[in-house]
Design a protein around this ligand. Structure first.
Ligand code: OAD
Length: 246
């Protein structure tokens, strides 16, 4: 199936990749669901909702600070790097991610569309400021904005709408000829609706995941493997064949 997928990618002028926590698993970042997943040990309603933050900002921040500290110790992997290569080879390439971990940026992706925000940014809902802060751990929890209000992590929580980035992601899905779905359980909406949107508009769907998902049955190719192994295989050999230049 991989040679066929390479041909599809090579012939397409617009390729979109949607990534989830699974692409960072080989870097040592826990996923959310499945074995060892964060939502096995923590409850989203205690840590990842606006209500939880209003109730106990320090508790929520302790969890995000722990995740930031863990992320500061890991590196992007060959899956992230393969997508950088794909971007370099394909002018019509768009990367959409549900991940907040910043590993796509660190690998060298130019402008990933971050559906769920960025854990390395802080926001103030009081004065509207948002800014980058890469310190981990943060010196004081909860961190504060210059205006005095408590800052929040620059991420999207359950029950919150996605930002302006959604319109761009949806447009990319509608115009994609090939849509790669990498390392996501395809359970969280609206992100999970992008692949069906792309498919309805005529894209070929290629799923890369060691396990089946609700989307697998609709994929044109379901490549059961690790992102860090399958993606380089899909991208490198295509480059050697020069088929990505199509
Ligand atoms: P999940 O934890 O739900 O799913 C991770 C997926 O990655 C699973 O389907 C695994 O089988 C797969 N996987 C694991 N290791 C892999 C590997 N090495 N290569 C490829 N795939 C692998 O994570 P997401 O789908 O990203 O939302 O979760 C979506 C959203 O739910 C997250 O963005 C987060 C979470 O709650 C917010 O924080 C708003």
């Amino acid at each position: 199936m991989i040679p066929t997928c390479r041909q599809w990618i090579g012939a397409a002028s617009s390729v979109v990749a949607l990534t989830g926590a699974g692409i960072s698993a080989e870097s040592g970042v826990p996923t959310f669901r499945g074995q060892g997943g964060l939502w096995k040990n923590f409850k989203p309603e205690d840590l990842a909702t606006p209500e939880a933050f209003a109730r106990d900002p320090r508790l929520v921040w302790e969890w995000y600070d722990w995740r930031r500290t863990l992320l500061a110790q890991v590196e992007p992997n060959s899956g992230h790097r393969a997508l950088v290569q794909l971007e370099a080879a394909k002018p019509g390439f768009t990367l959409i991610t549900q991940n907040v971990d910043g590993l796509h940026d660190r690998a060298g992706s130019r402008r990933p569309l971050k559906l769920h925000g960025d854990i390395w940014r802080l926001e103030c809902r009081q004065c509207g400021r948002d800014w980058p802060d890469r310190r981990a751990p943060l010196p004081k929890l909860p961190p504060r904005c210059g205006c005095g209000a408590i800052a929040r992590p620059g991420v999207v929580w359950f029950g919150e709408p996605l930002g302006e980035v959604w319109a761009e992601a949806e447009h990319a899905a509608r115009t994609a000829e090939v849509f790669l779905i990498v390392g996501t359980s395809s359970l969280v909406y609206p992100a999970a609706s992008l692949a069906p949107i792309a498919k309805a508009a005529g894209a070929r769907l290629i799923e890369i995941n060691p396990e089946g998902t609700p989307l697998s049955a609709h994929a044109d190719a379901s490549l059961r493997g690790l992102a860090g192994e399958v993606l380089p295989d899909l991208v490198n050999v295509s480059r050697r064949d020069e088929s990505l230049d199509g």
